[in-house]
Structures are given as structure tokens and as C-alpha cells.
Design a protein. Structure first.
Length: 343
């Protein structure tokens, strides 16, 4: 790689870890590191965790330090992407209205961008991954929750205040279970990993037939069932596990019907651990989709798996740096990034 080629540092912040990686302008992750996140400490402790990840990334690639043109940060929301402020994420209680972009930029003297983790991952998929070449992209990451991002014309759709595209909190049943957000019947409360595990526990406790493999994986204790166990049991032919995943696929079809009616995206991409599992049910989702949308051509929309798996946060954060309409952070002098001992 030519020494003059610019590199982008992608930072992926979660409730328990901070990952960082050097990424090229073509979306190739050159290296990556991971450190613990102090999410329940002070705001300074949270920032220190980010700094440790940045330092570790530079130590891994010392010759590329001077080539870093910008830093992108992918974080759970709520946040303000235009101002680079972390508002009050439940998974990051250390930060309340914390100006993360400005603080990191002040330390490293390169442009720094912050956005919601699902938005960032969606942008990476649109720029370099499964959504490359499509005008409109709907991205959903399924795991312990459901996060979504919408890309229109190569740019993240933020809405009026930056809070748009919270697709995981689209309700499909006003009499459904209460979501952590406070609403009833959100798709997150019905089809994310914890919902699958809850349904499995309820079915096992009711004595549903065909559950021998799932019950065995749970050690004979229905209360111990997890979404991962449901997946493993299904692969071993467990009928109850298959029934649970089919119901989950049908719920996702209802939800995607609403998404298609509202956006009619060119492509729908699934990421996350549960997303990878449910990609094996794309056939069922396609089969059910026409019943939940008025769009007669809904089956023409590709349903695909994301290219970036566990690295979606790093790639997405780097993609923020290259977004043509990214909000410009406050101007600061451009100079070589200092080592930690000189800060």
C-alpha cells in the first residue's frame, strides 16, 4: 500500500468493549484491537477507554499513524450525529450529553465523526458491502435488540433531529409485550434474541411436544433456554425450535411489509447474530411478505446477509469519515497525531 494513501480509524463503542481498526478508503480493515469499556464509571473513565483503544490501534500500526485522515466513532444511541454528542444511551450510562466528537478531535487534531451504530453499519454496507451500487438501502441488525439504518443516495437518512430510522421500535401489535422503550408490540420486543429466548422458555414450561433437543441443551431447566440454544436445537431437528423460529420469521415478515410500504428500498440487509440465523429463513419471509404489504413487486427486493459481521462497527465508523455530506466538526489545526506520552 502506498505510504501516502489515507487511512481512517474506526472506533466501535459498546456497553462492554471498545474496538478500533485501521480501514482503507476501499473498506478493507487492515488491523483491529479491542479493550474493555468503562460504561458505568465516570465520563472521564469512559473517554479513557476510547483513548486506550485508539492508542492500541496506533501501537499495532505505528507506521500508519501519520496517514490517519479522520476518526469515526460508532456508538449506541440516543445521540446527536450533527453535533457529535452522546445524549443518554442506556448501555453507556457514563455519558449524558457528552461531546464525544469534540473531545476526541481536540486530543488528536483530525476530523472526528460520531453516529448511531446501526446507521454507521448501514453506511458501510452501502459503500463497500452487500448494498454497494444500490440507491436506497434498509439495514437491520438483529441481536439483543434490533437496530436499523436507512441509506438514501449514499447518505444516512437522519431525519429532522438525527433520530430517524429507529425501525426496531416500529410496533406491529398494539396489544403486544411492552418494549424497553416503553411502547407496546415493537418488533424488538417480539423478534430480537431475548424475545426468542422468552418464547422458548414459555413453550418448554408448557410442555410443548418435540422439544427434547432444546430441553437437553438447556440442561433440563426451561428457565435456562437461550436464543443460541434455540438455534442449535433447530439445526439438530428440534420441532419446537423450528416452530419458534418460524414464528419469528413471520413476525419479521409483518414488520418488513411495513418497511416496504413506507420506503420500498432497493435492498434489505440483515446483520447481527440473530440476523445471520434468520437469514436462513429468508425463504419463509419472502413467502409471507406479500400478505403484509400492498406492494405487488415486494418479492423483487433482495433480502441478503451483511458483508461485515462482528466488524460492522469498525467499518461503519470508518465509513462515516468518507460520507460526502458528513457534518463538518469544528475546525482545529491539522498536525501529526501525538503519542500518548506527549498528550
Amino acid at each position: 500500500m502506498p505510504a501516502k494513501e489515507r487511512i481512517y480509524l474506526g472506533i466501535d463503542i459498546g456497553g462492554t468493549k471498545v474496538a478500533a481498526g485501521m480501514v482503507t478508503a476501499r473498506g478493507k480493515i487492515l488491523s483491529k484491537v479491542r479493550v474493555p469499556m468503562s460504561s458505568r464509571g465516570s465520563e472521564a473513565e469512559g473517554l479513557d477507554a476510547v483513548e486506550r483503544a485508539i492508542d492500541a490501534a496506533f501501537e499495532r500500526e505505528p507506521k500508519r499513524r501519520a496517514s490517519v485522515a479522520a476518526i469515526g466513532i460508532s456508538s449506541p444511541g440516543p445521540l446527536d450525529p450533527r453535533k457529535g454528542i452522546i445524549i443518554n444511551p442506556p448501555n453507556l450510562p457514563c455519558w449524558q450529553n457528552f461531546p464525544l466528537a469534540a473531545r476526541v478531535q481536540r486530543l488528536h487534531h483530525v476530523p472526528t465523526f460520531v453516529d448511531n451504530d446501526a446507521n454507521a453499519a448501514a453506511l458501510a454496507e452501502a459503500m463497500w458491502g452487500a448494498g454497494r451500487g444500490y440507491e436506497s438501502v434498509f439495514y437491520a441488525t438483529l441481536g439483543t435488540g434490533i437496530g436499523t439504518g436507512v441509506i438514501l443516495g449514499g447518505q444516512i437518512y437522519h431525519g429532522r433531529t438525527g433520530a430517524a430510522a429507529e425501525g426496531g421500535h416500529v410496533s406491529i401489535n398494539f396489544q403486544g409485550p411492552k418494549c424497553a422503550c416503553g411502547k407496546l408490540g415493537c418488533i424488538e420486543a417480539l423478534a430480537a434474541g431475548p424475545a426468542v429466548a422468552k418464547l422458548a422458555r414459555e413453550r418448554l414450561m408448557s410442555g410443548s411436544a418435540g422439544s427434547e433437543k432444546l430441553l437437553a441443551l438447556a440442561g433440563g431447566n426451561p428457565e435456562s433456554a437461550t436464543a443460541e440454544m434455540v438455534s442449535a436445537a433447530w439445526r439438530e431437528g428440534d420441532k419446537l425450535a423450528a416452530s419458534i423460529l418460524q414464528q419469528t420469521a413471520d413476525l419479521l415478515a409483518i414488520w418488513l411489509g411495513n418497511i416496504v410500504d413506507m420506503l420500498e428500498p432497493d435492498i434489505i440487509i440483515f446483520g447481527g447474530g440473530m440476523g445471520e440465523l434468520m437469514s436462513e429463513w429468508f425463504g419463509r419471509i419472502r413467502e409471507q411478505l406479500p400478505a403484509w404489504t400492498i406492494n405487488s413487486r415486494c418479492r423483487e427486493i433482495p433480502l441478503v446477509r451483511a458483508r461485515y459481521g462482528e466488524d460492522s462497527g469498525i467499518a461503519g465508523a470508518a465509513a462515516l469519515c468518507l460520507s460526502a455530506k458528513a457534518s463538518k466538526p469544528p475546525a482545529v489545526p491539522r498536525r501529526r497525531i501525538a503519542s500518548k506520552k506527549h498528550r
